[in-house]
Design a protein around this ligand. Sequence first.
Ligand code: GYE
Length: 340
Amino acid sequence: MTAQGSSHPGLSRRNFTMALGAALVAVPLAACGGEKKKPSGGGGSGDGNGAITFGFAQVGSESGWRTANTTSIKESAKKAGITLKFSDAQQKQENQIAAIRSFITQKVDVIGFSPVVESGWDTVLKEARDAKIPVILTDRAVDSADDSLYVTFIGSDFVEEGRRAGKWLVEDTKEDGPFNIVVLEGTTGSAPANDRKKGFAEIVGKDKRFRFIASQTGDFTRAKGKEVMESFLKSHKDIDVLFAHNDDMAIGAIQAIEEAGKKPGEDIRIVSIDGIKEAFQAMADGKINTVVECNPLIGPQVMDLVKKVAAGESVDKRIEAEEGVFTQDQAEAELPNRKY
Ligand code: GYE
């Protein structure tokens, strides 16, 4: 296992969809095909001492996943000897666009960002291209028709994560139903919200026992997750399942469910995505039923890409993380292995 992965000693294979969860695929970049990129030529490193300067525009600090991702990026840049210019967009696209423009003005060698929403990036990406600064997408994708606007995209397959959540639900419910589902969606227009919704519906929508009775954004935050779940509980007396697009919203919702006098994990089955430590604790406590993993610890791989891209080497256009699914019976054993 690489430093960014974690092993799962002693895990039963039951309900475990991946042979090895948590580990990122160690993609041998040099061996991959993909488009040959010209040396960055972005005006040279911003710090003038020959080191690579990497401008990274982060989404914000909305969740435990994001905090772990930011730490991974910062620590890995330091370890790799890359000068990092870091900006936090506070979940606002205009802030991210401004940060990218400032990186262009500062003539960084490589720009990286995790697009808060999927659309609306072409103009600023063209500005980066005109300045000959290569762009790496991390974690979230853009829906641009022109994929030459970025060199590579490294991140998870969110559609597959949604499918995994759906498959668990279908397998866990042996009864006839009907089951009423509520959904706490991620940030509206973001790749993980769009794709997780799609993957989950693909599986659960085929099964007549399930009915979607409410679906609303909780913006990937704990506070919004709680607030929206409170309103769901007020307007629906018969909620059987909560699908939360991330753990933080599930944790917020647990509070709302308990305050409404119900038992999370029993009266309402809960499935969420990410795999932060607190969600594993909630699973061990019986309050979340299943967590689908989404690995934020991609910093080391991002820095490898930054170096290769800055040197003009070719890299794969799409680099995927490999992830697992964890159920309550695995939570206790897995807790000490969780790195985020
Ligand atoms: O699931 C959520 C965070 O883009 C995968 O963003 C990421 C998502 C993650 O806010 O917790």
